[in-house]
Design a protein around this ligand. Structure first.
Ligand code: FES
Length: 114
């Protein structure tokens, strides 16, 4: 995480449901935002495989985010690529989040804009 956080509003917290993810934008950063295990998490809206937008090509199936381009799967709560072989470089890019007055804010300094 950056020592100089750059918090940007992304989406109203009350728009988030427990069974899907939501496309959002914070500054120049395109995101998917969701609730998982009771926490709000935000990931870059790009599949680590070939970069397709998960908001277009993906879906949430309970605790898993699936990219329907080539069926890569990710843990919804952690962004970890689910595979028999550990591939940490293939995890979803996760942003720090906080909730301020009902708004989900994302620290965009933590990840470069794609
Ligand atoms: S682009 Fe997502 S699995 Fe290939």
């Amino acid at each position: 995480m950056s020592s100089n956080p750059d918090w940007k509003p992304a989406i109203a917290a009350d728009q988030l449901s427990d069974d899907r993810f939501h496309a959002a934008q914070a500054g120049d950063h395109k995101l998917i935002v969701l609730r998982a295990d009771g926490e709000i998490v935000a990931y870059r809206d790009a599949c680590p495989h070939e970069g397709y937008a998960l908001s277009v090509s993906g879906e949430r199936q309970d605790f898993v985010i699936v990219c329907n381009k080539h069926l890569w799967e990710f843990d919804a709560a952690t962004g970890e690529h689910i595979s028999r072989i550990p591939r940490p470089q293939c995890n979803l890019k996760r942003y720090p989040v906080r909730e301020v007055d009902g708004m989900v804010e994302v620290d965009v300094s933590a990840q470069p804009a794609a």
